[in-house]
Design a protein around this ligand. Sequence first.
Ligand code: GLN
Ligand code: ZN
Length: 756
Amino acid sequence: MTTVHNLGYPRIGPRRELKRALEAYWAGRIDREALLAEARAVRDARWRDQADAGLDLIPVGDFSLYDHVLDMSALLGCVPPRFGASDEPVDLDTYFRMARGRAPSGAPADACEMTKWFDTNYHYIVPEFAPDQAFRIASEGLFDEVVAAQAQGYRVKPVILGPISYLWLGKMKGGVDDRLALLDNLLPVYGQILYRLGALGVDWVQIDEPALALDLPPTWRTACEAAYNRLQGRGPKRLLATYFGPLAENLALACGLPVDGLHLDAVRADELALAADRLPGYKVLSAGVIDGRSPWRADLAVLCERLAPLAERLGADRLWLAPSCSLLHVPVDLSQESGLDPELRAWMAFARQKLDEVVALRQALAGEGGEALTAASAALAARRASARVHRADVAARLAALPPDAARRASLYEARAQVQHEKLHLPPLPTTTIGSFPQTDEIRTARRDWRAGRLDEAGYEAFLRTEIEHVIRAQEAYGLDVLVHGEPERTDMVEYFGERLDGFAATAHGWVQSYGSRCVKPPVIWGDVSRPRPMTVDWSVYAQSLTERPVKGMLTGPVTILQWSFVRDDIPRAEVCRQIALALRDEVGDLERAGIGVIQVDEPAFREGLPLRRADWPAYLDWAVQAFRLATSGVADETQIHTHMCYSEFNDIIEAIAALDADVITIETARSDMELLDAFADYAYPNEIGPGVYDIHSPNVPAAERMRALLYAAAERLGWSRLWVNPDCGLKTRGWPEVEASLREMVASARALRAEI
Ligand code: GLN
Ligand code: ZN
């Protein structure tokens, strides 16, 4: 029989039980034993769910108290010295201090860096290497889990991150970046791990090497081959798991490595047949055919047809079936979504349902159990035929757009002139990025309103008071371009998702973003349109309170797309264009309502970049066009701002310039303005607000420091096009530090105006 397995499963629990336990432990409300007991309960339930679904091999080691890359660093003893050197196993609080900088015990220290896991919204803790980094087995966690799962009667398949991907994802601290030189120290420890797993009676180990789906430099490819040659030997069989894209030029390399099986992502790539040609007869091919990145139900009949020739060729023993990647990236269980429109629900599958799909596919391939196939086909046929999904009016409006719809009427120079005449701003105008503190009062009012304890009118009145407070505060601090503070938004994408047609919200569709943090992306299931204005009343109200300009505040089309689950029946570019058109309507309404400055945030612009360079130009082209479509329908005198955070701009500066926003604000304070080099080298023509202080820290920035940063910015770009603003929104900060920081910031800008 064909083996069915899974690469990884959500860790948070169906009701985010793990999140609550972690946060209670960090806050000192529960002790270590209570945390570990709760974590074990979540972990054991996941194993049970996967076994109940009928999987042959249950992944073990994919569960984590924070992050699986950090687990790997703990397992390999790769702990930076600032967390305290020791020969002991890495203890729980050291682990949490690496992730978060602090824990119930141990001295606080700077947390390790965190960054996005490939092109997902999951963030991992970046391994830090010293030039002579040593490794040792420094955690029993993985082995303990294996023993626990075996004791519960499961046939386990431990999961570890492979040495090439582990090094690739890490960073060298100090010295030249020669991570590959660390393989000599690293591989013996991998050898010991495999040996110990073998000694526990494990027959298969899954070694993840997602880096093989990237453009790997030749030295890394060579090193990969050498590394796996060195790891060859006795012990459990090895399944090399790749995902997130085609292996392309790395396929031959992957097929040739001395391992016992290869897993390929067959959703984002079509390399199964090629791999079957190349794989030696003793190796297994694991087909990742169920989409681990989307909430959509699979077309089992189509998959069955696609897999049948492969099954024939490889035989039932050599073909394995699985989701394309770990199910970490989809919500846990659709059966909890009783409130979701039943028609939409029938089109969807979350992690638990995806396991059923894998098992049903195996049955179908064996010529049994046709009902699941028929049910899937019927649901998908209904989805394709649904009159709700495809909207003639949306298509007609997009088709009727004039050819110059994505171009402002005049070039920046001309626009800038009329904008300056109209806005009368001083040099170095001061502004903020949009949000002000989301206080307990705001959260309580929102909760009361959602629970029906506060009526619509009461909630609206509350928000208006909040907005008035934010406006008065900004006037008092002396800011030049004000914002309304975004008190009505929990989340910059959810807010728009709730107001646009074609989007659905789930009740429990949480996915882990990092550590205990989860996000609940809206689901884009149909053509997008805007039934009514979404933000205009708030902005108009805010503007009515003050003589100074108030910026309208929208989330951009690329960011809304990027932070949602997107339908899979039309190209992403097309969905993005639909969102852009809806936003264009909103921008137009804001302008007509007298809002002369409008910010369209695109913090996710860079993270939308495809994994492979060859795919960048196409993405950048449609992403830029979408932003421009959303923002180009206004008069010259209307000033369009955009905002991006965490961004490195070097390799996309041309696209950033092509957005043609009148003003871009970016996060630069922690980089000493080095990020601006890209803008300077490119001779970026429009206005820029480089962040002058880090909003992630509660510390009030020193005027000296902001002044130095602005001088550093002016050295690169000149004074005339600079704005002065914080790095990002202020919603996570408290009022006292916001007040002190913004007063300092305004004072610095004013002092500089007198000097320049
Ligand atoms: N306008 C948003 C805010 O101020 C921008 C957030 C972001 O860039 N992520 O919160
Ligand atoms: Zn930001």
